[in-house]
Design a protein around this ligand. Sequence first.
Ligand code: SAM
Length: 382
Amino acid sequence: MQLSVIKEGKALIYIPDTRNAQIVKGIIEPSHLEVFYNPIMEFNRDLSVLTVNTFIELYWPGKEVLGIDPLSATGVRGIRYSLEINNISKVIINDIDKDAYNIMNKNIELNKVKNIEAYNRDANSLMRSIRFEQNRIINIIDLDPFGSILPFIDTAISVSSKGTLLALTATDLAVLGGSKYIAAKRKYRVNLINTKHYREIALRVLLAFIAYVAASYDKVIKPLMTYSVDHYARAYLLIDRGAKNSEEMLDKNIGYYKYENGILMKCDNHYGPVWNGNISDLEFLKSINNKLKEYSYVGTYERIEKFIKTYLNEIELQNYYYQRLDTICQMQKVNMPSIIKFISALEDKGYKATRSTFSSIGFRSNAPYEVLIETCKQFKSS
Ligand SMILES: C[S@@+](CC[C@H](N)C(=O)[O-])C[C@H]1O[C@@H](n2cnc3c(N)ncnc32)[C@H](O)[C@@H]1O
């Protein structure tokens, strides 16, 4: 296999030479490379380095910390954790594919990383072996599968302990978000409707599903940060233990939603089940923001800075579902005003409103359904 070298964060990474890759609709399709590498995910990985570092400082200061990246491909994520996070003691990287295993070993050598172990195993059997045969506590698990987390989530939860950070990326947004609602019923046991609000629904379906898996192991999830951008949803979940705690988690956070006149609303029994509790922890986001400057060297720094700034405001209103100005205006047959004007109109009426990281025409507000419609109608003649 011919290789190229790229730089990401502080790491130099061998990737398959993209000149040999298949081109789909004019762009390189990362999953058609001999070993997977997707440059679009640099933002995801840059933000992960920052987030995992913040997590360790808050939850495991001065302690031995073991992280596992069991679906590593080139090893880029785990190698970056090892190079760019001072307080991580050991990182395990792994891939079932032999070519990936060979590349990750070359990448370990290229970057001269010492605190890393590489494996060529099935991710589930490796995670179980590390936890139950080698009896090691896993502090950080980072799942980055092709598509759905379903093949790995049960094991990830079962090998987690109190205080583990479970990070995961899901790229099956069409299923999780309701556009493929028949597949969603089969895979995630949810009844969904196809809307443009798929990012919000995808995150909340994912969280509800993982919460049920966690509860089946007498475990609890607490979302520290979750978000959805590009083609994926990302979650950072803190694991806790206890049968009673897990019952309380389900009682408090599992609910349903309805969709009327282009507006998404929480309700007691309609579409779902979804996670209607917090999707991120404001204090954790503030800690990430405080650490941001240390990572000013990463390639997507400006995007991260902008994202965190918007997200800090958005999360203040996370009890209210994300809305889209286009669907509300479409139902009222109103030409869509600018999102800034619409948010100001809500604020003028004494409500809170903020833009959303989910889309440039998205917002969150504590204004009730009737006020959203009435405010939209105000723009009818303008
Ligand atoms: C989306 S890629 C990982 C990308 C990588 N984390 C990154 O940031 O570039 C998913 C990887 O999972 C590997 N994989 C799929 N099933 C697996 C399994 N059961 N056990 C271990 N690896 C697996 C694939 O070979 C592929 O390299």
